[in-house]
Design a protein around this ligand. Structure first.
Ligand code: ATP
Length: 346
């Protein structure tokens, strides 16, 4: 559906070259919700804007539905862009136009007949839950309602792709949830492909199927959300997705007593099995839970726990291997990262 190959974007800034996106290749499947995350300045927005050529890549190709956008004339590009809607953090609504006029804007550009425009605007406002707001102005709406109008406008020309640039970052948590629910519905009902840039990990957890982690203009890790979230492999992903800091999770007394402190994760049916009790029995160790989360990601149960294992040195040595055999993932063996001076001083 969307295939980026070797995309680079450089800017000239005060005589220096800034590389915002560096040799990114990416494949987004039809109808998936794909997240792009990373710290500020990682290049996320620039990469997103390369997908509809709001930013023209310095090198590389952008193929959408089999067409390389970088090869199109201006006119062809404008026509193709109708297939790609976009929403933004600050909504970008026309303040002097009514809700209906805002939603009708892309249809006017496409010279859609008036009766069809009217019908489509009504359909879109119904979809986003704003039927009856046609005559209101953006200043009369809440942030969540403004984003709903922006979504209606973005979908008015029936695109098959929606790009979202920090679409929920300016909204409170409750409104964020309602916009995410709307995007999920749209993804399901209309079969829309959604690519979203976000720094909100709950957005990734709630709505994305796959995620790419960016750092310094590059994609450093891509995968299914549940895999990247529970067993991130790159240092940046670990920082972004870790639920809590290891140091916070370990009172000093536990560092001393717990011979082995492990951060583990598990998914699916394992959440319902008495794995920890069985591993304790098999190894002859006991354990305490220092920190933990058990939740679901898109209806799949998962858990992340920090465990202190107590027992003889030989017994605690067997714990990690036994947990792994039972299907747990060892995200971090914290014991090995605790300096020996810490043990000595406790
Ligand atoms: N038009 C521009 N001119 C010059 N440099 C730019 C331009 N746009 C982006 N950059 C630079 O490219 C880099 C990536 O910026 P970008 O906005 O894509 O990052 P981001 O990950 O989206 O950050 P944020 O989360 O803060 O929005 C930054 O160093 C930024 O300063």
């Amino acid at each position: 559906m969307i295939k980026l190959s070797g995309v680079c974007k450089t800017y000239r800034q005060k005589g220096n070259l800034v590389t915002a996106v560096n040799d990114v290749s990416l494949h987004v499947e039809r109808q998936e919700v794909f997240g792009i995350v990373g710290y500020s300045g990682a290049g996320k927005s620039t990469l997103l804007r390369c997908i509809n050529l709001l930013e023209r890549p310095s090198t590389g190709t952008v193929v959408v539905n089999g067409t390389d956008l970088t090869k199109l004339s201006k006119r062809e590009l404008n026509l193709t862009r109708r297939n790609i809607g976009m929403i933004f953090q600050h909504f970008h609504l026309l303040s002097s136009a009514t809700v209906a006029e805002n939603v009708a804007f892309p249809l006017r550009l496409a010279k859609t007949p008036a009766d069809e425009t009217k019908r489509r605007v009504a359909e879109m406002l119904n979809l986003v839950g704003l039927a009856g707001y046609e005559g209101q102005y953006p200043s009369q709406l809440s942030g969540g309602q403004k984003q709903r109008v922006a979504i209606a406008r973005a979908l008015a020309a029936k695109p098959s792709i929606l790009l979202c640039d920090e679409a929920t970052s300016a909204l409170d948590p409750e409104t964020t949830q309602s916009i995410l629910a709307l995007l999920k519905d749209i993804n399901r009902q209309l079969g829309l492909t959604i690519v979203m840039v976000t720094h909100q990990m709950e957005v990734v957890r709630d709505i994305c199927d796959r995620v790419a982690v960016m750092a310094d203009g590059e994609i450093v890790e891509t995968g299914n959300v549940i895999d990247v979230l529970l067993a991130p492999s790159h240092a940046v992903s670990k920082r972004l997705f870790q639920v809590h800091s290891t140091t916070d999770a370990m009172p000093i007394s536990t560092q001393k007593d717990g011979r082995r402190v492990l951060e583990v994760s598990f998914t699916g049916a394992l959440a319902y099995e008495p794995v920890l009790a069985e591993v304790a029995q098999e190894t002859g160790c006991t354990f305490s839970i220092l920190r933990g989360t058990v939740d679901t990601i898109k209806s799949v149960p998962y858990g992340q726990l920090t465990l202190a294992w107590h027992g003889t040195p030989q017994a605690v040595q067997r714990v990690a291997e036994t947990l792994t055999r039972r299907g747990y993932v060892i995200a971090n063996d914290v014991t090995e990262t605790v300096p020996s001076e810490v043990y000595a001083s406790c």
